[in-house]
Design a protein around this ligand. Structure first.
Ligand code: WTA
Length: 651
C-alpha cells in the first residue's frame, strides 16, 4: 500500500488495487449499499435479513422509536434459533470444516473443532443444562476461561432459549456476585480454574465465594480444565464431564422470536452499578454476521483470529456469533500476548497461518515497545487484513501495525463500536475505504452518525462534538435488563430522539470520523471500559477512607490509567503502606483490571459551594496539566487546588 498526503496533510492509504478488485465490496458498492440502507432501511434490511435461516420468515422489518418510551424491534414476527444459524445450517456442506481452533496458554496445547463436532458438543451441553432444569428465558451466568467449552456453553444456552450472561473471568467474586444478583440468575457455569501466562485463576473457588451472597443460585456446572482440587457443594454442583456422559448428542433447538433475548452483558456506565445490556436474537445475529463478513472481507477457508476475551462484547460478536454465523474458522486463544515470550501473537499467526487478525491498540502498544525483532522472527505472510478495536488507536501504533506486522500490505480496519451497538458501527471496509491512521473512517450500512454540540444542535460538515446515532440499526441493544427507565435515561435523554454514544468525535472534510474518547465518567483502561464511580465506591467501602474521586489520565500502554484522589478519615496520616493496601482493596473488590495506578491522598477534594466535586480540575491535575484549570472561583475553597498541584508534583 502506498501512502499519499491529503489536503489536510493527513497520511492516506488508498485501497490496494488487488483488494479493490477482489474484495466483497469496493468503493462503488459501498456508496450504493450505504445509500440504499439509509434511503430505504426497510427494503435494505428485508433483503439482508435473508443472510440468516428463519424458522418463520418475518413480514415486519423495522419498528423502532427513539422518543418517549423508546421501543426497538426488528423482524418482530420472524422466528429462528441462533445456534442453528451458527451450527446446523452449515452442516450439509461444512460438517468437516473447522469451526474453532483452540490455542492454549501453554504453546504445546492446541486443537481444532469441526462444525460437526461443535454440533455434538453444543447439543450435549444443552441437554446437560436442560437436565439441571434450565428453561427458555432463564438467565445463566457463565464465568469461564477462554476454552472451547465456553463457546459450547453460550451456544447451548442459545439452543434452549436461555439467556447467557458471561462475566469476564478477571472479575472478582464480589463483582461476579453483583452480576448474578442483578439478573436473578439461578444457574452458573464455570471451570475449576483458568490459566493465563502460566498462572492459575481459581474460578470455581471465586464462584463459590460469590455464591455465598447469592441465595437464588440453584446449581453450578463446572468444567474440568486444569484438574485442580476445588471446593464443592453437594447437591448444587455438577461436573460437566460426568453429566455429559449421561446425555444425547442431539438436542432439538427451541424456536425463538427475533425479539427474544439472546444475552445480557454487563458493562460500565458513568454512574451506579454496571448495566446489563440486553441483546435479542434476530437483529443482533444479523448485525454480528453482516459486519464480520464485510469488515473482514472474510473468504471461505480463511483462518480468522479475534484476540479478545469472550467476557467482553468483542468476544461475543467476533469470536462466537459473527464468525460462526458465517461458517468461518475462528481461533480462540487462552493466553496473553507476552507469555511465554513477547512474540506469542506472531508465533500463533505463523503456526495457524492466520489470515485475518483483530486486536486492541493497548496490546499493539505493549508489543511495539519490544521492537520489531520479535515480529520479524516469524513468517506473517498469511496475513491479509488487520483490525483494531476498543479504544482510539494512536497513529504511531497504527503505522507500526501496518508497516511491521502487515508489511505494508494489509489494510487496517479500525472499528468503532460499543457493547450497546452489538457490532461494528464506524469502520473501513478493506476493499472500499481509503485509510487514515487513527480514523475509524465511515459508517457501516444503516448507521446514521451525527455530531452534536453542547446545546444539542447538529453540526454539519467538518467539526467536532458528541457522537450520536440518529436512527436504529438491527444490532442495537433493546434495553438494560430490568431497568428500561435507566436505558432511556442513559442513552436517549441527553439528545432526545437520538442514541447518545458517550463518545466525543471529530469529522473531517472528507466525512471521516475520528473518535476522541469518552466524554462521560467512563474510562478506558487497556481497552476495558470502567466506570470511575465503580472504583470510587470500592474505595469508600474501605473503613479508613472518607471520600474518593477517580479520573483517567493518559497512559502510554494502557491508553488510560486509573488515578484516585483519596481523603482519609479525620486524624489519619497517609502512608505508602496504606496506598498499597487500597490498591489491593480495589483489585480484590472489582478485579485486577481495576487496580489503581496512582493513589493521591489529599485532605479535601475541590468542590463547588453546592458540594459537587469538580472533576474537570481533577482530570487536569492528573494529566499534569496545571496551566488550564479554568474557572476555579466557584470552588468552596479554592486553596484546595494549590495543595492538589503540590501533591501531584511530588509524584
Ligand atoms: C471505545 C468495545 C476509538 C469507545 C467494542 C466506546 C473506540 C467504548 C473504538 C466501547 C475505536 C471502541 N476507536 N474508540 N475503534 N472502539 N472504542 O463497550 O470509547 O467495551 O464508547 O465495546 O470503547 O467499549 P465497549
Amino acid at each position: 500500500m502506498t501512502q499519499e498526503k491529503t489536503e489536510q496533510d493527513q497520511t492516506r492509504f488508498p485501497v490496494p488495487q488487488t483488494l479493490a478488485q477482489s474484495a466483497r465490496c469496493n468503493a462503488d458498492d459501498y456508496q450504493r449499499l450505504y445509500r440504499a440502507s439509509i434511503d430505504d432501511p426497510d427494503g435494505f434490511w428485508r433483503e439482508q435479513g435473508q443472510r440468516l435461516q428463519w424458522e418463520t420468515p418475518y413480514t415486519q422489518v423495522k419498528n423502532t422509536c427513539f422518543d418517549g418510551d423508546v421501543s426497538i424491534k426488528w423482524f418482530e414476527d420472524g422466528t429462528l434459533n441462533a445456534s442453528v444459524n451458527c451450527i446446523d445450517r452449515h452442516l450439509p456442506e461444512k460438517a468437516n470444516d473447522i469451526a474453532l481452533i483452540w490455542e492454549g496458554d501453554n504453546p504445546a496445547y492446541h486443537h481444532a473443532i469441526t462444525y460437526g463436532q461443535l454440533h455434538d458438543h453444543v447439543c450435549r451441553f444443552a441437554n446437560v443444562l436442560k437436565n439441571m432444569g434450565v428453561k427458555k428465558g432463564d438467565r445463566v451466568t457463565i464465568y469461564m476461561p477462554m476454552i472451547p467449552e465456553t463457546a459450547y456453553a453460550m451456544l447451548a444456552c442459545a439452543r434452549i432459549g436461555a439467556v447467557h450472561s458471561v462475566v469476564f473471568a478477571g472479575f472478582s467474586a464480589e463483582a461476579l456476585a453483583n452480576r448474578i444478583k442483578d439478573c436473578d440468575s439461578q444457574w452458573a457455569i464455570t471451570a475449576d480454574e483458568g490459566v493465563r501466562a502460566g498462572k492459575s485463576i481459581p474460578l470455581k473457588n471465586n464462584l463459590d465465594e460469590a455464591a455465598r451472597s447469592c441465595p437464588g443460585l440453584k446449581a453450578v456446572l463446572a468444567v474440568r480444565h486444569t484438574g485442580a482440587t476445588v471446593s464443592w457443594v453437594d447437591g448444587r454442583d455438577y461436573w460437566y464431564h460426568e453429566a455429559a456422559l449421561k446425555v444425547d448428542s442431539r438436542c432439538e433447538p427451541v424456536v425463538m422470536n427475533a425479539e427474544d433475548p439472546l444475552f445480557i452483558l454487563y458493562t460500565s456506565g458513568s454512574t451506579g452499578k454496571p448495566k446489563g445490556v440486553l441483546h435479542t436474537t434476530g437483529g443482533y445475529l444479523l448485525w454480528a454476521s453482516i459486519t464480520h463478513d464485510y469488515v473482514f472481507d472474510y473468504q471461505p477457508g480463511e483462518i480468522y483470529w479475534c484476540a479478545a476475551d469472550v467476557g467482553w462484547v468483542t468476544g461475543h460478536s467476533y469470536i462466537i456469533y459473527g464468525p460462526l454465523a458465517n461458517g468461518a474458522t475462528s481461533l480462540m486463544f487462552e493466553g496473553v500476548p507476552t507469555w511465554p515470550d513477547v512474540d506469542r501473537f506472531w508465533q500463533i499467526i505463523n503456526k495457524h497461518k492466520v489470515n485475518i487478525f483483530y486486536t486492541a491498540p493497548t496490546a499493539l502498544r505493549a508489543l511495539m515497545r519490544e521492537g520489531d525483532a520479535p515480529v520479524e522472527r516469524h513468517d506473517l505472510s498469511s496475513l491479509r487484513i488487520l483490525g483494531s478495536v476498543g479504544e482510539p488507536i494512536n497513529p504511531e501504533a497504527w503505522l507500526w501495525y501496518h508497516r511491521v506486522v502487515g508489511k505494508g500490505r494489509c489494510p487496517i480496519v479500525d472499528t468503532w463500536w460499543q457493547t450497546e451497538t452489538g457490532g461494528m458501527m464506524i469502520t473501513p471496509l478493506p476493499g472500499a475505504t481509503d485509510l487514515k491512521p487513527g480514523s475509524a473512517t465511515r459508517p457501516f450500512f444503516g448507521v446514521k452518525p451525527a455530531l452534536v454540540d453542547a446545546e444539542g444542535q447538529i453540526i454539519e460538515g467538518a467539526g467536532a462534538g458528541n457522537l450520536v446515532i440518529t436512527d436504529s440499526w438491527p444490532g442495537q441493544a433493546r434495553t438494560l435488563y430490568g431497568d428500561h427507565e435507566r436505558f432511556i435515561q442513559t442513552y436517549f435523554s441527553a439528545y432526545p430522539g437520538t442514541y447518545f454514544t458517550g463518545d466525543g468525535c471529530k469529522r473531517d472534510a472528507d466525512g471521516y470520523y475520528w473518535i476522541t474518547g469518552r466524554v462521560d465518567d467512563v474510562i478506558n483502561v487497556s481497552g476495558h471500559r470502567m466506570g470511575t464511580a465503580e472504583v470510587e465506591s470500592a474505595l469508600v467501602a474501605h473503613h479508613l477512607v472518607a471520600e474518593a474521586a477517580v479520573v483517567g489520565f493518559p497512559h502510554d500502554v494502557k491508553g488510560q490509567g486509573i488515578y484516585c484522589y483519596v481523603t482519609l478519615n479525620a486524624g489519619l496520616e497517609p502512608t505508602e503502606d496504606l496506598a498499597r493496601e487500597l490498591r489491593q482493596w480495589v483489585r480484590k473488590d472489582i478485579g485486577p483490571i481495576a487496580t489503581p495506578d496512582h493513589i493521591h491522598f489529599t485532605p479535601s477534594l475541590p468542590k463547588t459551594r453546592s458540594g459537587k466535586i469538580m472533576r474537570r480540575i481533577l482530570r487536569k491535575i492528573a494529566e499534569n496539566d496545571f496551566s488550564n484549570l479554568g474557572d476555579t472561583s466557584t470552588l468552596a475553597d479554592p486553596s484546595v487546588v494549590d495543595s492538589l498541584i503540590e501533591g501531584r508534583q511530588i509524584r
